[in-house]
Design a protein around this ligand. Structure first.
Ligand SMILES: Cc1cc2nc3c(=O)[nH]c(=O)nc-3n(C[C@H](O)[C@H](O)[C@H](O)COP(=O)(O)O)c2cc1C
Length: 364
Protein backbone atom coordinates (compact mmCIF):
# COMPACT_ATOMS: atom_id res chain seq x y z
CA UNK A 1 0.00 0.00 0.00
CA UNK A 2 1.84 3.13 -1.13
CA UNK A 3 0.54 6.68 -0.88
CA UNK A 4 0.42 6.76 -4.70
CA UNK A 5 -2.04 3.87 -4.94
CA UNK A 6 -5.57 5.00 -5.91
CA UNK A 7 -7.93 5.26 -2.94
CA UNK A 8 -10.66 2.64 -3.01
CA UNK A 9 -13.73 4.53 -1.88
CA UNK A 10 -16.74 2.57 -0.69
CA UNK A 11 -20.03 4.44 -0.96
CA UNK A 12 -22.42 2.99 1.62
CA UNK A 13 -26.16 3.39 1.08
CA UNK A 14 -27.59 3.47 4.59
CA UNK A 15 -31.35 3.26 4.02
CA UNK A 16 -32.98 -0.08 3.26
CA UNK A 17 -36.74 0.47 3.07
CA UNK A 18 -38.72 -0.17 -0.15
CA UNK A 19 -39.15 3.00 -2.20
CA UNK A 20 -36.22 4.72 -0.49
CA UNK A 21 -34.41 7.71 -1.89
CA UNK A 22 -30.95 6.44 -0.87
CA UNK A 23 -29.88 4.79 -4.16
CA UNK A 24 -30.81 7.90 -6.19
CA UNK A 25 -28.72 10.11 -3.88
CA UNK A 26 -25.79 7.68 -4.13
CA UNK A 27 -26.11 7.51 -7.94
CA UNK A 28 -26.01 11.27 -8.11
CA UNK A 29 -22.89 11.41 -5.88
CA UNK A 30 -21.12 8.80 -7.99
CA UNK A 31 -22.02 10.57 -11.25
CA UNK A 32 -21.20 14.06 -9.95
CA UNK A 33 -17.75 13.00 -8.80
CA UNK A 34 -16.82 11.17 -12.02
CA UNK A 35 -14.81 14.12 -13.41
CA UNK A 36 -12.84 14.34 -10.15
CA UNK A 37 -11.86 10.69 -9.90
CA UNK A 38 -8.09 11.00 -10.34
CA UNK A 39 -6.60 8.97 -7.54
CA UNK A 40 -9.83 7.22 -6.51
CA UNK A 41 -11.92 4.22 -7.51
CA UNK A 42 -15.51 4.08 -6.30
CA UNK A 43 -17.56 1.02 -5.34
CA UNK A 44 -21.07 1.07 -3.88
CA UNK A 45 -22.35 -1.06 -1.00
CA UNK A 46 -26.11 -0.95 -0.69
CA UNK A 47 -27.09 -2.14 2.80
CA UNK A 48 -30.45 -3.28 1.43
CA UNK A 49 -28.69 -5.72 -0.95
CA UNK A 50 -26.12 -6.76 1.63
CA UNK A 51 -28.97 -7.70 3.95
CA UNK A 52 -27.13 -8.04 7.24
CA UNK A 53 -29.37 -9.38 10.00
CA UNK A 54 -29.34 -7.62 13.37
CA UNK A 55 -25.91 -8.28 14.85
CA UNK A 56 -25.80 -12.04 15.39
CA UNK A 57 -22.12 -12.73 16.07
CA UNK A 58 -21.30 -14.23 19.47
CA UNK A 59 -17.84 -12.64 19.77
CA UNK A 60 -16.97 -8.95 20.02
CA UNK A 61 -16.05 -7.77 16.51
CA UNK A 62 -12.64 -6.64 17.78
CA UNK A 63 -11.77 -10.35 18.08
CA UNK A 64 -12.14 -10.74 14.30
CA UNK A 65 -13.82 -14.09 14.98
CA UNK A 66 -16.81 -14.32 12.70
CA UNK A 67 -19.08 -17.32 12.63
CA UNK A 68 -21.35 -16.21 9.77
CA UNK A 69 -20.54 -15.90 6.10
CA UNK A 70 -22.56 -12.66 5.88
CA UNK A 71 -20.15 -11.12 8.42
CA UNK A 72 -17.08 -12.41 6.60
CA UNK A 73 -18.39 -11.03 3.31
CA UNK A 74 -19.07 -7.63 4.90
CA UNK A 75 -15.64 -7.76 6.53
CA UNK A 76 -13.95 -8.39 3.16
CA UNK A 77 -15.86 -5.53 1.56
CA UNK A 78 -15.00 -3.01 4.26
CA UNK A 79 -11.42 -4.22 4.67
CA UNK A 80 -10.83 -3.73 0.94
CA UNK A 81 -11.82 -0.06 1.14
CA UNK A 82 -9.48 2.83 1.96
CA UNK A 83 -12.23 5.37 2.63
CA UNK A 84 -15.99 5.60 2.96
CA UNK A 85 -18.77 7.88 1.79
CA UNK A 86 -21.90 7.24 3.85
CA UNK A 87 -25.09 8.26 2.08
CA UNK A 88 -27.60 8.55 4.88
CA UNK A 89 -31.07 9.90 5.58
CA UNK A 90 -32.17 11.12 8.98
CA UNK A 91 -34.68 8.97 10.83
CA UNK A 92 -36.10 10.55 13.95
CA UNK A 93 -33.11 12.84 14.35
CA UNK A 94 -30.68 9.95 14.11
CA UNK A 95 -28.99 7.55 11.72
CA UNK A 96 -30.92 4.55 10.30
CA UNK A 97 -30.68 1.44 12.46
CA UNK A 98 -29.33 -0.50 9.46
CA UNK A 99 -26.31 1.81 9.33
CA UNK A 100 -25.55 1.52 13.05
CA UNK A 101 -25.90 -2.25 12.74
CA UNK A 102 -23.52 -2.34 9.76
CA UNK A 103 -20.97 -0.33 11.75
CA UNK A 104 -21.33 -2.58 14.80
CA UNK A 105 -20.70 -5.79 12.86
CA UNK A 106 -17.01 -5.01 12.34
CA UNK A 107 -14.16 -3.31 14.13
CA UNK A 108 -10.58 -3.36 12.80
CA UNK A 109 -11.81 -3.16 9.21
CA UNK A 110 -12.94 0.45 9.75
CA UNK A 111 -9.89 1.74 11.57
CA UNK A 112 -7.78 4.65 10.35
CA UNK A 113 -9.91 5.24 7.29
CA UNK A 114 -11.60 8.56 6.55
CA UNK A 115 -15.33 8.84 6.18
CA UNK A 116 -17.42 11.53 4.47
CA UNK A 117 -21.17 11.93 4.84
CA UNK A 118 -23.73 12.74 2.20
CA UNK A 119 -26.92 13.34 4.14
CA UNK A 120 -30.44 14.14 3.11
CA UNK A 121 -33.69 14.93 4.87
CA UNK A 122 -36.25 17.61 5.42
CA UNK A 123 -35.43 20.90 7.13
CA UNK A 124 -32.17 19.72 8.69
CA UNK A 125 -30.99 17.95 5.49
CA UNK A 126 -30.00 14.90 7.54
CA UNK A 127 -27.34 16.72 9.52
CA UNK A 128 -28.52 15.42 12.88
CA UNK A 129 -28.07 11.86 11.64
CA UNK A 130 -24.50 12.79 10.66
CA UNK A 131 -23.78 14.26 14.09
CA UNK A 132 -24.92 11.01 15.65
CA UNK A 133 -22.93 8.88 13.20
CA UNK A 134 -19.73 10.86 13.79
CA UNK A 135 -19.79 9.88 17.45
CA UNK A 136 -20.02 6.23 16.45
CA UNK A 137 -17.43 6.25 13.67
CA UNK A 138 -14.75 7.86 15.83
CA UNK A 139 -15.15 5.00 18.31
CA UNK A 140 -14.28 2.69 15.44
CA UNK A 141 -11.19 4.85 14.73
CA UNK A 142 -12.59 6.17 11.48
CA UNK A 143 -11.79 9.79 10.80
CA UNK A 144 -14.76 11.93 9.69
CA UNK A 145 -13.63 14.64 7.30
CA UNK A 146 -14.76 18.26 7.40
CA UNK A 147 -16.23 18.44 3.89
CA UNK A 148 -19.80 17.26 3.74
CA UNK A 149 -22.82 17.35 1.45
CA UNK A 150 -26.27 17.90 2.94
CA UNK A 151 -29.33 17.82 0.69
CA UNK A 152 -32.72 19.18 1.62
CA UNK A 153 -35.06 16.81 -0.16
CA UNK A 154 -37.54 19.52 -1.19
CA UNK A 155 -34.79 21.68 -2.75
CA UNK A 156 -32.46 19.04 -4.18
CA UNK A 157 -34.62 16.27 -5.60
CA UNK A 158 -37.18 16.05 -8.38
CA UNK A 159 -39.25 12.91 -9.05
CA UNK A 160 -37.03 10.88 -6.73
CA UNK A 161 -33.82 11.92 -8.50
CA UNK A 162 -31.14 14.52 -7.87
CA UNK A 163 -30.95 16.72 -10.98
CA UNK A 164 -27.53 18.20 -11.84
CA UNK A 165 -26.79 21.33 -9.86
CA UNK A 166 -23.51 23.25 -10.09
CA UNK A 167 -23.41 23.99 -6.37
CA UNK A 168 -24.17 20.46 -5.16
CA UNK A 169 -22.02 18.79 -7.81
CA UNK A 170 -19.13 20.97 -6.78
CA UNK A 171 -19.70 20.13 -3.10
CA UNK A 172 -19.62 16.40 -4.00
CA UNK A 173 -16.34 16.80 -5.90
CA UNK A 174 -14.73 18.80 -3.11
CA UNK A 175 -15.80 16.16 -0.65
CA UNK A 176 -14.24 13.37 -2.69
CA UNK A 177 -11.05 15.42 -3.16
CA UNK A 178 -10.74 16.00 0.59
CA UNK A 179 -11.51 12.37 1.30
CA UNK A 180 -8.69 11.28 -1.03
CA UNK A 181 -6.22 13.68 0.59
CA UNK A 182 -7.06 12.46 4.08
CA UNK A 183 -6.81 8.84 2.90
CA UNK A 184 -3.19 9.48 1.88
CA UNK A 185 -2.45 11.18 5.19
CA UNK A 186 -3.89 8.29 7.18
CA UNK A 187 -2.18 5.48 5.25
CA UNK A 188 0.89 5.38 7.52
CA UNK A 189 -1.39 4.65 10.49
CA UNK A 190 -2.67 1.54 8.72
CA UNK A 191 0.84 0.12 8.41
CA UNK A 192 2.05 -1.80 11.45
CA UNK A 193 4.79 0.06 13.35
CA UNK A 194 8.27 -0.89 12.10
CA UNK A 195 9.54 -4.09 13.64
CA UNK A 196 6.20 -5.14 15.01
CA UNK A 197 5.02 -7.52 12.32
CA UNK A 198 7.80 -10.00 11.89
CA UNK A 199 6.49 -12.75 9.64
CA UNK A 200 3.30 -13.45 7.77
CA UNK A 201 3.89 -16.43 5.44
CA UNK A 202 2.51 -19.26 7.56
CA UNK A 203 1.14 -22.75 7.01
CA UNK A 204 -2.47 -21.54 6.68
CA UNK A 205 -4.03 -18.38 5.31
CA UNK A 206 -4.67 -15.15 7.18
CA UNK A 207 -1.84 -15.38 9.73
CA UNK A 208 -0.08 -12.35 11.15
CA UNK A 209 2.81 -12.87 13.53
CA UNK A 210 3.86 -9.92 15.66
CA UNK A 211 5.52 -9.03 18.93
CA UNK A 212 2.90 -8.91 21.68
CA UNK A 213 1.61 -5.45 22.52
CA UNK A 214 -0.16 -4.34 25.71
CA UNK A 215 -3.47 -4.45 23.82
CA UNK A 216 -2.97 -8.17 23.16
CA UNK A 217 -2.60 -9.22 26.78
CA UNK A 218 -6.20 -9.72 27.88
CA UNK A 219 -6.87 -11.92 24.86
CA UNK A 220 -3.56 -13.70 25.37
CA UNK A 221 -4.48 -14.55 28.96
CA UNK A 222 -7.76 -16.08 27.82
CA UNK A 223 -6.01 -18.11 25.11
CA UNK A 224 -3.39 -19.28 27.60
CA UNK A 225 -5.96 -20.50 30.11
CA UNK A 226 -7.91 -22.19 27.38
CA UNK A 227 -4.80 -23.98 26.07
CA UNK A 228 -3.56 -25.07 29.49
CA UNK A 229 -6.82 -26.77 30.36
CA UNK A 230 -5.62 -29.62 28.14
CA UNK A 231 -2.30 -29.66 30.03
CA UNK A 232 -4.16 -29.77 33.34
CA UNK A 233 -6.14 -32.80 32.16
CA UNK A 234 -3.10 -34.57 30.70
CA UNK A 235 -1.00 -34.03 33.81
CA UNK A 236 -3.83 -34.36 36.33
CA UNK A 237 -3.08 -31.11 38.10
CA UNK A 238 -4.47 -27.61 38.17
CA UNK A 239 -1.27 -26.38 39.75
CA UNK A 240 0.14 -24.97 36.53
CA UNK A 241 1.50 -21.39 36.41
CA UNK A 242 -0.13 -20.56 33.04
CA UNK A 243 -3.52 -21.30 34.61
CA UNK A 244 -2.85 -19.18 37.70
CA UNK A 245 -1.15 -16.23 36.05
CA UNK A 246 -2.91 -12.87 36.42
CA UNK A 247 -3.12 -10.15 33.82
CA UNK A 248 -0.64 -8.04 35.83
CA UNK A 249 1.83 -10.93 35.97
CA UNK A 250 1.46 -11.48 32.25
CA UNK A 251 2.08 -7.77 31.67
CA UNK A 252 5.12 -7.95 33.93
CA UNK A 253 6.50 -10.90 31.96
CA UNK A 254 6.88 -8.66 28.90
CA UNK A 255 9.86 -7.03 30.63
CA UNK A 256 11.80 -10.32 30.83
CA UNK A 257 10.44 -12.30 27.87
CA UNK A 258 9.96 -11.60 24.21
CA UNK A 259 6.42 -12.65 23.41
CA UNK A 260 4.98 -13.18 19.95
CA UNK A 261 1.32 -13.43 19.08
CA UNK A 262 -0.23 -14.93 15.98
CA UNK A 263 -3.53 -13.63 14.74
CA UNK A 264 -5.60 -15.34 12.11
CA UNK A 265 -7.98 -12.99 10.34
CA UNK A 266 -7.64 -10.75 13.38
CA UNK A 267 -8.28 -13.38 16.04
CA UNK A 268 -5.48 -14.32 18.46
CA UNK A 269 -4.86 -18.03 17.77
CA UNK A 270 -1.32 -18.74 18.98
CA UNK A 271 1.57 -17.34 21.00
CA UNK A 272 5.05 -18.17 22.24
CA UNK A 273 7.72 -16.49 24.33
CA UNK A 274 11.51 -16.79 24.66
CA UNK A 275 14.52 -15.39 26.51
CA UNK A 276 18.14 -16.27 27.16
CA UNK A 277 18.74 -18.66 30.07
CA UNK A 278 21.96 -20.39 31.16
CA UNK A 279 23.58 -19.66 27.80
CA UNK A 280 20.67 -21.12 25.88
CA UNK A 281 17.48 -19.77 24.32
CA UNK A 282 14.58 -20.75 26.54
CA UNK A 283 11.29 -21.05 24.66
CA UNK A 284 8.03 -21.26 26.58
CA UNK A 285 4.30 -20.93 26.60
CA UNK A 286 3.93 -22.23 23.06
CA UNK A 287 0.17 -22.32 22.59
CA UNK A 288 -2.26 -22.81 19.74
CA UNK A 289 -6.02 -22.40 20.10
CA UNK A 290 -7.49 -25.93 20.27
CA UNK A 291 -9.67 -25.43 17.19
CA UNK A 292 -6.58 -24.38 15.19
CA UNK A 293 -4.25 -27.15 16.31
CA UNK A 294 -3.04 -29.76 13.86
CA UNK A 295 -2.57 -27.35 10.98
CA UNK A 296 1.12 -26.56 11.50
CA UNK A 297 0.85 -23.25 13.35
CA UNK A 298 2.67 -24.62 16.44
CA UNK A 299 5.71 -25.91 14.49
CA UNK A 300 5.85 -22.74 12.42
CA UNK A 301 5.75 -20.55 15.52
CA UNK A 302 8.36 -22.68 17.28
CA UNK A 303 10.68 -22.29 14.28
CA UNK A 304 10.10 -18.55 14.39
CA UNK A 305 10.99 -18.39 18.10
CA UNK A 306 14.17 -20.40 17.43
CA UNK A 307 15.21 -17.97 14.70
CA UNK A 308 15.05 -15.11 17.20
CA UNK A 309 17.80 -16.65 19.37
CA UNK A 310 20.84 -14.40 19.83
CA UNK A 311 24.11 -15.47 18.24
CA UNK A 312 25.49 -16.28 21.69
CA UNK A 313 22.86 -18.96 22.46
CA UNK A 314 24.38 -22.44 22.31
CA UNK A 315 21.08 -24.33 22.31
CA UNK A 316 17.31 -24.05 22.47
CA UNK A 317 15.54 -25.27 25.59
CA UNK A 318 11.98 -25.75 26.75
CA UNK A 319 9.88 -27.46 29.40
CA UNK A 320 6.59 -29.25 29.22
CA UNK A 321 4.50 -31.51 31.44
CA UNK A 322 5.91 -35.03 31.66
CA UNK A 323 2.57 -36.41 30.49
CA UNK A 324 2.09 -33.88 27.70
CA UNK A 325 2.81 -36.49 25.07
CA UNK A 326 1.40 -34.43 22.22
CA UNK A 327 3.73 -31.52 23.01
CA UNK A 328 6.70 -33.83 23.48
CA UNK A 329 6.06 -35.39 20.07
CA UNK A 330 5.85 -31.95 18.44
CA UNK A 331 9.16 -30.94 20.04
CA UNK A 332 10.86 -34.19 19.09
CA UNK A 333 9.71 -33.76 15.50
CA UNK A 334 11.31 -30.30 15.63
CA UNK A 335 14.65 -31.84 16.70
CA UNK A 336 14.44 -31.57 20.49
CA UNK A 337 15.43 -34.36 22.82
CA UNK A 338 14.63 -35.00 26.44
CA UNK A 339 17.54 -33.97 28.64
CA UNK A 340 18.32 -33.92 32.34
CA UNK A 341 18.22 -30.56 34.07
CA UNK A 342 18.23 -29.89 37.78
CA UNK A 343 16.16 -26.69 37.92
CA UNK A 344 12.97 -27.76 36.20
CA UNK A 345 9.53 -27.47 37.83
CA UNK A 346 8.08 -30.59 39.46
CA UNK A 347 6.17 -32.79 36.99
CA UNK A 348 7.90 -31.19 34.00
CA UNK A 349 10.42 -32.53 31.51
CA UNK A 350 13.22 -30.59 29.88
CA UNK A 351 14.01 -30.74 26.17
CA UNK A 352 16.89 -29.19 24.31
CA UNK A 353 18.05 -28.83 20.77
CA UNK A 354 21.55 -27.76 19.77
CA UNK A 355 21.84 -24.51 17.87
CA UNK A 356 23.69 -26.38 15.10
CA UNK A 357 21.74 -29.57 14.31
CA UNK A 358 24.88 -31.74 14.08
CA UNK A 359 25.43 -32.44 17.77
CA UNK A 360 23.61 -35.26 19.55
CA UNK A 361 21.86 -34.55 22.86
CA UNK A 362 21.59 -37.43 25.31
CA UNK A 363 18.15 -38.55 26.41
CA UNK A 364 17.57 -38.20 30.14
C1 LIG B 1 -38.83 6.40 10.00
C2 LIG B 1 -38.57 7.74 9.39
C3 LIG B 1 -38.16 8.78 10.20
C4 LIG B 1 -37.88 10.02 9.65
N1 LIG B 1 -37.39 11.02 10.45
C5 LIG B 1 -36.94 12.15 9.88
C6 LIG B 1 -36.23 13.12 10.64
O1 LIG B 1 -36.02 12.99 11.82
N2 LIG B 1 -35.77 14.22 10.01
C7 LIG B 1 -35.95 14.42 8.67
O2 LIG B 1 -35.49 15.44 8.15
N3 LIG B 1 -36.64 13.53 7.92
C8 LIG B 1 -37.13 12.41 8.49
N4 LIG B 1 -37.79 11.47 7.73
C9 LIG B 1 -38.05 11.77 6.33
C10 LIG B 1 -36.87 11.31 5.50
O3 LIG B 1 -35.91 12.32 5.43
C11 LIG B 1 -37.32 10.92 4.08
O4 LIG B 1 -38.40 10.03 4.15
C12 LIG B 1 -36.20 10.28 3.30
O5 LIG B 1 -36.65 10.00 2.01
C13 LIG B 1 -35.77 8.99 3.99
O6 LIG B 1 -34.71 8.38 3.30
P1 LIG B 1 -34.93 7.05 2.47
O7 LIG B 1 -36.01 7.40 1.44
O8 LIG B 1 -33.64 6.74 1.81
O9 LIG B 1 -35.41 6.02 3.45
C14 LIG B 1 -38.07 10.23 8.27
C15 LIG B 1 -38.52 9.17 7.47
C16 LIG B 1 -38.75 7.94 8.02
C17 LIG B 1 -39.18 6.81 7.13
Amino acid sequence: MSSNDPSRVLVIIASTRPGRLGPAIADWFVRATLPARAGATVDTADLADIGLPLLDEPEHPASGTYTHEHTRAWSRRVAAADAFVVVTPEYNYGMPAALKNAFDFLYHEWAWKPVAFVSYGNTSAGTRAVQMAKQVVTTLKMVPIGATVALRIADSTRDGQVPPSAGLDDAARRTLAELTRVTSALRPLRVEPAGRVTDTAGPVDGLRLALAQPDDLAELLVLQRCCWVQEALANETLDLPPLRETLDELRESLSTWQVWCVRRHGRLVAAVRARTHHGGWLIGRLMVAPDQSGNGIGSWLLAHAERQAPESATHHALFTGHRSSRNIKLYERAGYALTVADDIPEGAVHLTKPRQPCRTVAHG
